[in-house]
Design a protein around this ligand. Structure first.
Ligand code: HEC
Length: 87
């Protein structure tokens, strides 16, 4: 493999990750409509994901707001929120 190819591949991966992170931020915005980032402080992604399950089961408002989000979208948003809340 030549160096240019590796550099381009790395750049492509970075751009792709940037895009995915952007989508996560957009989904996370919807959570922040109802929640404060501070609420999620001290929660890691796994705790937060479990909290989303509880929130959806216990709260009709949240269940309605998240019903059109795919599992991937929610996972990405949860990863993003856990990272942002625990900076
Ligand atoms: C329409 C408003 C609304 C939206 C949008 C929303 N939630 Fe909620 N959520 C609530 C309400 C209301 C509760 C129950 C009260 C509480 O614990 O704050 C709740 C509960 C939670 C809980 C705590 C559950 C527990 O353990 O008690 C977590 C974590 C959570 N939501 C995360 C999220 C995430 C992540 C998103 C985005 C994918 C999201 N919420 C979107 C309204 C919303």
């Amino acid at each position: 493999m030549n160096k240019t190819f590796i550099a381009l591949a790395a750049l492509g991966l970075l751009a792709w990750q940037g895009l995915a992170w952007g989508d996560a931020a957009a989904t996370a915005e919807a959570c922040i409509d109802c929640h404060d980032l501070e609420e999620f402080q001290g929660m890691d992604a796994a705790t937060l994901a479990a909290g989303v399950e509880t929130g959806n089961a216990d709260n009709k408002m949240m269940a309605k707001a998240t019903k059109d989000m795919s599992a991937e979208d929610i996972k990405a948003a949860v990863d993003y929120l856990a990272a942002e809340a625990n900076k």
